[in-house]
Ligand binder design. Structure first.
Ligand SMILES: NC(=O)c1ccc[n+]([C@@H]2O[C@H](COP(=O)([O-])OP(=O)(O)OC[C@H]3O[C@@H](n4cnc5c(N)ncnc54)[C@H](OP(=O)(O)O)[C@@H]3O)[C@@H](O)[C@H]2O)c1
Length: 274
């Protein structure tokens, strides 16, 4: 069966494209979306892992799987994925999950490490979001899931650059949601806390060093995020019990912004005239 002709078959939901599908949260997204009846396009650098996953998912879920081996920090590879989303009308869901982290104080990061975080966490996510949103708006249908982090709204000493990139994901994705208002296109922002994946050992902070009671499994994280999507949440914080904390955070941002619109210096900055 040709993967580009599957959307209209009974029980088929179209194609979900998942970046960073070879490990961690992306691998669980691939499995869960396959279980929901999506055909898949899996994107990552490690072809062997993607191949093994695709075999498993085809057998387990009876779906079609296509592999696109790509290094999303390379512009030409990113362009290939952008073209795929632009050209394939059966893509109905994009999971912008691929991300990397080097966790260290900002002055000790080298240019290459900073560049890798910017290119993957920001540039690739923006490029793929833009093309998907344009196509989905044309069809008035489709879903984008952007994976940020609780470090989208918090910075710790080791996360200046990573938090910078994830803060971008938060603000950018809120903007996409505004662009999609009044349409049938959904844009979900997912903000996971510490999750047991390879990201930690790659980041320079071993997973074993974390307070284990603060660490969620990747399966729990993705299942909660998809439950949030089903509930129509714009922003999903898988580990946060009290959902009103997010509402209070948004209200504080909005109030602070409103308070900036005065056109004059605050009285505490008044300069005495000579
Ligand atoms: N784990 C956490 O505690 C945590 C918490 C909050 C948010 N997040 C976010 O969740 C997302 C998934 O992270 P994870 O924890 O699942 O990480 P992970 O286990 O390290 O997986 C990262 C995935 O991204 C792919 N990837 C990395 N660099 C790539 C590149 N240059 N081009 C293409 N694909 C690339 C990796 O595959 P290849 O190596 O095969 O390319 C892998 O499939 C990220 O956006 C991360 O920032 C994670």
């Amino acid at each position: 069966m040709n993967i580009s002709n599957t959307q209209n078959l009974p029980g088929k939901k179209g194609i979900a494209i998942v970046t960073g599908a070879s490990a961690g949260l992306g691998a669980v997204y691939a499995d869960r979306l396959a279980g929901r009846g999506y055909d898949l396009i899996l994107v990552a650098r490690r072809a062997d892992r993607l191949e093994a996953m695709s075999q498993r998912l085809r057998t387990k879920h009876g779906i079609e799987v296509k592999i696109l081996v790509a290094n999303l920090t390379e512009r030409k590879d990113l362009e290939r994925i952008i073209t795929e989303i632009s050209a394939n009308p059966n893509i109905t869901l994009l999971v912008n999950n691929a991300g990397n982290a080097t966790l260290a104080p900002a002055p000790s990061l080298n240019d290459e490490q900073i560049d890798a975080m910017h290119k993957l966490n920001v540039d690739a996510l923006v490029g793929l979001s833009q093309v998907a949103l344009r196509k989905f708006l044309e069809r008035d249908s489709g879903t984008i899931i952007n994976v940020g982090s609780v470090l989208s709204f918090q910075t710790i000493g080791l996360s200046a650059v990573y938090s910078g990139t994830k803060g971008y994901v938060l603000n950018f994705t809120r903007g996409l949601q505004i662009a999609a208002e009044g349409t049938n296109v959904k844009v979900q922002l997912v903000l996971p806390a510490s999750t047991a994946t390879e990201l930690w050992d790659l980041s320079g902070v071993p997973l074993a060093n974390l307070n284990q009671s603060s660490v969620m499994t990747a399966e729990h994280c993705v299942d909660a995020a998809l439950a949030g999507l089903d509930q129509g949440e714009a922003v999903t914080l898988p580990s946060v019990e009290n959902k009103q904390l997010w509402d209070a955070f948004e209200a504080a941002r909005t109030n602070l912004f409103a308070a900036t619109q005065t056109g004059k210096p605050a009285s505490r900055y008044a300069v005495e005239s000579a």
